[in-house]
Design a protein around this ligand. Structure first.
Ligand SMILES: Cc1cc2nc3c(=O)[nH]c(=O)nc-3n(C[C@H](O)[C@H](O)[C@H](O)COP(=O)(O)OP(=O)(O)OC[C@H]3O[C@@H](n4cnc5c(N)ncnc54)[C@H](O)[C@@H]3O)c2cc1C
Length: 532
């Protein structure tokens, strides 16, 4: 198999024009070409007058050695797909328990099920399809605006909400994650797009299909089942205690994969009391910023911005700041919405999502400032949660209650005044917003860094500091403020045999793909241990 990179093609390219370009590059005739598949597709918009695609393709050709001999260096190279060691049949005394059905838990449970381990996956929330009915019921009861687009993922708050599958991590298992999503109904283009995206609306089906597969392979999935504590004897895990629809239960096991996410504050508190070792870690905090999507697409794509092959443009920006914290954009949602992501009563935090079509009027992204343990006000491992909570409560009050969010126009933030009325950009956050001054809920150092960031980013993306662009408060859960200590070799918790801390909540992932990869790797480590 040969890989050809950096094939520049116009926006209206077809498979026919691509094939011609490949035949020209390889200097072969059409009958020599056996197969051609897209390996990578990205947009090159550096020159706004010549926005085009850059493709990589994998091709199978007759007499590959002879073809390669004739090619100049760099035209093509042989591809060797990552070697994934085969799964060995696991040997657990009792079925392993996976806690949390986010990407880390779901992929851990699927990997264990594929190895015949009959895992038990417990999730405190409810299945995604039930949560969709919840929304309809709340709308019927008038608690939510009839056309509001509040979304729930499986179990926890929006764990799969947007489904952007970009990641900065490198792992041979990334391909396994993407292929698994495709096997369960995700669009094929996630296998080659440089910025793969499934979309909230398509994800529900993918997640439910993966869950059915776990059950088909002998696994058990228990919803509305919350881990309350571990059963530990002489530093060995012997089981878990759970609350299942109000009833206390014990599940015997010597293997627990803990994938509880960054918002399980109650569970983390109990684990800390049980002696599970954990430390504070840095994360980032800020707001969501919203612009008209048309403005972003025009700034990114110039006169080609409405070409149907392009879709809504995205951006990824960062600015160094004098105090070294830095400001960056995160989880950008083209044509998406700002959504509620709170998990505690009278606490408010926001996040973002978009449907597969990305056809909404606004673009939004998290605008985050680096924060670190020194900001948490105490050196207790869980102090970061307390600090987050205090800011979320302040935002709730500033929004005026009812989970309305405080908003401020960019011009007002930069001029140091409260917003009293909104301009041309209408926020998408539901159930509603309250014009405010975000200095009343966020620390000064965050506000000052946001100002420096917005001015700096306006130089990178024209219109970023649009006076009517809207800032919605507060984005407090970009990742977890705590890490559970785990041994590098076994991936088990330090000093506690049989516990595998996994994913974002354990402090070892940020985002869907890296959490899923961590789930796979931890499941394999648990299986290796079962074979000892
Ligand atoms: C609105 C929103 C949109 C996002 N969009 C994207 C995106 O587009 N791309 C991206 O890469 N990332 C995105 N993220 C971040 C991404 O969702 C997380 O990084 C990822 O889900 C982390 O996976 P995880 O499995 O470690 O934890 P989670 O997905 O948080 O899953 C943890 C699960 O554990 C359950 N749980 C917690 N405590 C217990 C307990 N005691 N007992 C049983 N179950 C428990 C929770 O209910 C939850 O379902 C988004 C996040 C949000 C909130």
């Amino acid at each position: 198999m040969l890989r050809l990179d950096n094939l520049s093609l116009p926006l209206d390219w077809t498979m026919a024009t691509l094939t011609e370009a490949v035949l020209r590059k390889l200097r072969i005739s059409a009958d020599m070409l056996q197969s051609l598949t897209l390996a990578k597709k990205s947009v090159d918009a550096r020159d706004k007058t010549d926005v085009h695609f850059v493709l990589s393709v994998d091709v199978k050709v007759k007499n590959e050695d002879a073809v390669c001999k004739r090619l100049k260096p760099g035209v093509a190279h042989r591809v060797n797909p990552p070697v994934i060691p085969p799964l060995q049949k696991a040997r657990f005394l009792h079925p392993p328990v996976v806690v949390g059905a986010g990407p880390a838990g779901l992929f851990a449970a699927l990997t264990l099920a594929q190895a015949g381990a009959n895992p038990i996956l417990i999730e405190r929330g409810r299945p995604v399809e039930d949560r969709t009915q919840d929304v309809a019921a709340m709308q019927a009861r008038g608690e939510l605006d009839p056309d509001s687009n509040v979304q729930f993922g499986e179990g926890g708050a929006g764990a799969f909400s947007d489904g952007k599958l970009t990641t900065g991590t490198k792992s041979p298992y990334i391909r396994t994650v993407l292929q698994t999503f495709v096997d369960h109904g995700a669009p094929e283009d996630i296998l080659y797009l440089s910025k793969p995206h499934i979309g909230t609306d398509r994800l529900k089906g993918v997640v439910a299909s993966m869950r059915r597969e776990i059950i088909r392979l002998g696994g058990t999935v228990l919803f509305e089942t919350r881990l309350t504590e571990l059963i530990v004897r002489a530093s060995h895990v012997e089981g878990v205690r759970v609350q299942c629809r109000g009833e206390e239960r014990e599940i015997l096991t010597d293997c627990v994969l803990l994938a509880i996410g960054h918002s399980a504050r109650d569970t983390m508190q109990r684990l800390f009391q049980q002696g599970v070792m954990m430390v504070q870690k840095p994360f980032a905090m800020g707001v969501r910023i919203e612009h008209p999507q048309a403005l972003i697409s025009q700034s990114q794509y110039g006169r080609s911005w409405q070409h149907p092959a392009l879709g809504a443009a995205d951006y990824k920006l960062s600015v160094h700041t004098p105090d070294g914290r830095g400001v960056y954009t995160f989880c950008m949602c083209p044509g998406g919405e700002v959504i509620a992501a709170a998990s505690q009563v009278e606490g408010l935090c926001v996040n973002g999502m978009s449907y597969h079509a990305r056809a909404g009027r606004n673009a939004n992204a998290a605008l985050l400032v680096g924060v670190h343990p020194g900001d948490y006000g105490d050196d207790h491992p869980l102090a970061g949660f307390v600090w987050q909570r205090s800011i979320e409560q302040a935002a709730y009050l500033l929004g005026g209650g009812g989970y309305k969010a405080p908003v401020q126009r960019v011009e007002d933030l930069l001029s140091g005044r409260a917003t009293t009325r909104l301009g041309d950009v209408l926020p998408t956050y539901q159930p509603g917003v309250t014009p405010a001054d975000l200095r009343d809920c966020l620390p000064d150092f965050i506000i000052e860094n946001l100002k420096v960031g917005i001015r700096g980013m306006d130089g990178q993306l024209r219109g970023f500091a649009h006076p009517d662009a809207v800032l919605t408060g507060v984005e407090t859960r970009s990742s977890s403020p705590v890490r559970l200590n785990r041994e590098r070799a076994t991936l088990m918790a330090e000093g506690l045999d049989g516990l595998f801390p996994v994913g974002e909540g354990a402090g070892y992932a940020g985002g869907i793909v890296s959490a899923a990869v961590d789930g796979i790797v931890a499941a394999r480590a648990a299986m290796e241990r079962s074979l000892i």
